[in-house]
Write a protein that binds this ligand. Structure first.
Ligand SMILES: [Zn+2]
Length: 297
């Protein structure tokens, strides 16, 4: 594939949003960004905080802008000034201890959806219930978000699991014809919330190389693996030699939830989780502006 193709695909992936900001100045600003089309809270508070420059974190004394990645607290902005998002499932993020905190986007999720997001530092991870928890990580046995609910239902129904994931797909295809469905009505209505087996979604936050160590941890082996396909990263810290489908953690959470909303909750997506990218899109625009003024773009 030529680099031109890659650029075009990158753009298409990043612009996979149909919503438009209601604020015309925001729209104008976002039109210049690859993350355009997101319905975001006003970035004025971040612009103001950026003008003040770095401030001391009141907890650790570190010099920070917007938030302290060590203490997971806001710096120069208040909780009331940033959006707060309610998520349809709990999110657990497993962070590699060597991952540089300042580069991680996991903290964005914790700050914007504090009641639904928990960050663990590997190897300290909780016990996961394999019938109610999935791991978002690519691999040969990984299924799509669309197939995920059916696979979880199958595990619960049969009382056993299948690491390959293959029978899940077969079962799903057959079940598309509702007249052939077996089981109770609850089991058949896979997209209804009361039949939801999914309680928790696990993401791994680390560099590509460190990720393998975590994903092969035996405590994660029994979890159904879910893969986000056809998504391209907008991350400015692109890891050299890694595929552009390797998403920043906050991107992965956002795309997962968007797919979950549309395919599992079976609801029209109406920008419910766009604000998860509140910090990300702002930082992205700052980095892009800096690169442009440095003549790199
Ligand atoms: Zn701090």
């Amino acid at each position: 594939m030529s680099s031109l193709d890659q650029d075009q695909r990158l753009h298409r992936g990043c612009r996979d949003k149909t919503t438009v900001s209601s604020d015309s100045s925001d729209t104008h600003e976002l039109a210049k960004q690859p993350l355009q089309g997101l319905k975001l809270a006003s970035h004025a508070v971040l612009e103001k905080a950026q003008q003040m420059g770095r401030l001391k974190c009141s907890k650790c004394g570190g010099s920070r802008m917007f938030f302290c990645y060590t203490c997971c607290s806001l710096v120069g902005v208040t909780l009331q000034e940033i959006p707060s998002i309610k998520l349809p499932v709990k999110i657990d993020i497993i962070k590699h201890p060597n991952e540089t905190d300042g580069k991680s986007t996991a903290i964005h999720a914790k700050l914007l959806a504090p009641s639904d997001v928990t960050i663990y530092t590997y190897p300290c991870i909780p016990e996961f219930d394999k019938d109610k928890v999935v791991l978002v990580f690519p691999g040969p046995g990984a299924v799509s978000v669309q197939d995920m609910m059916q696979c979880l239902h199958n595990r619960t129904d049969s009382g056993s699991h299948n690491p390959s994931g293959e029978p899940c797909i077969k079962r799903l295809k057959r079940d598309e014809d509702a007249t052939h469905s077996e089981g109770t009505p609850d089991e058949v209505k896979g997209s209804e919330s009361r039949a939801f087996p999914l309680e928790r979604v696990v993401f791994i936050d680390s560099t590509w190389n460190q990720t393998n160590k975590i994903s092969t941890d035996e405590r994660l082996q029994d979890l159904l693996q879910v893969e986000l396909k056809m998504r391209k990263t907008c991350f400015w810290r692109h890891q050299k030699g890694k595929p552009d489908t390797y998403l920043a953690t906050i991107e992965a959470i956002y795309y997962f939830l968007k797919d979950f909303h549309e395919h599992c909750l079976a609801q029209e997506y109406n920008a419910e989780y766009d604000n998860l990218l509140f910090f990300y899109s702002y930082l992205h625009s700052v980095v892009k502006k800096a690169k442009t003024s440095a003549g790199k773009c």
